[in-house]
Write a protein that binds this ligand. Sequence first.
Ligand SMILES: [Zn+2]
Length: 72
Amino acid sequence: MLQIIRCRDLGFDDDFIVADNDPQKVKEKIIDHVKTEHREDFESFSDSHQEEILLKIDVLVKRGCGCGVLKL
Ligand SMILES: [Zn+2]
């Protein structure tokens, strides 16, 4: 099943989207994107905020489809 994560879903303001059939790859790619493209933002977040974003990625990947936005 195609997994989709939008960077915007994580609270960043750009149009980056990861789509892949492998949830693990989606997770790796979006984390990679956040830690390169949004490195300064991400590092300026508190530990709990960073954890929240990583947790949200997990939730979005497990959700199993790209429709709708899950509100945490
Ligand atoms: Zn982004």
